[in-house]
Design a protein around this ligand. Sequence first.
Ligand SMILES: N[C@@H](CCC(=O)N[C@@H](CS)C(=O)NCC(=O)O)C(=O)O
Length: 217
Amino acid sequence: MPDLTLTTYDWVPPPPRGYVRDLRVRWALEEGALPYRVASTPFDDRGPAHLAHQPFAQVPWLTDGDLSIFESGAILLHLGGLSAKLMPTEPHGRNEVTEWVFAALNSVEMAGLPWSMSKFMGHPTDTVAWTFVDDFLKLRLKRLEPVLASREWLAGSFSVADILMADVLRVVDGFEGLKDSPACRAYVARATSRPAFAKAHADQMAHFAAADAARRA
Ligand SMILES: N[C@@H](CCC(=O)N[C@@H](CS)C(=O)NCC(=O)O)C(=O)O
């Protein structure tokens, strides 16, 4: 029986709420119907106890008994091993999910994150640097678009790969980055209309709202 505790920050400022990466883990835990607890680590004071679990002083991390796992992709692969609702048990299916997990993080998020950060920071768009970042993302979306137009989910049935890909793409979508990629946009809408996403999102928002209340008290 797994003994799962997800750790996230005790508080974050409003802009990233709804996008903090513990949401990916919450979403997977809800999809897999896996029982779990949520713990907090200080946002303002990231000391040795935090670094012992996450060497970049980030969140999330997950413990399963005496096992501690950081990196959202590694966490979701671990959860995939605990529930066939998150990853098939047969080798071909597992392999396909694993490929798409890495593709979401290492091919799409790698392009989407600098693009979204630049948008968020309001960086000028008449620069060589912006053109590079924008072209890089567009190239990835151009290749992903026909894939997502041809199937409902990345690897057969819904899996942890979809949680990661949809979570990566919805950040881009939030800055109108999918306006020329209708299949990618429809995929994000399809994935985020799942009840487990709604629960994960609401729980993260409630977690940080409770932290606001505690800070005011
Ligand atoms: N590659 C890591 C990235 C983790 C990450 O960027 N976490 C953010 C929250 S979504 C964070 O802790 N940011 C604070 C910081 O980097 O100082 C993962 O996927 O788990």
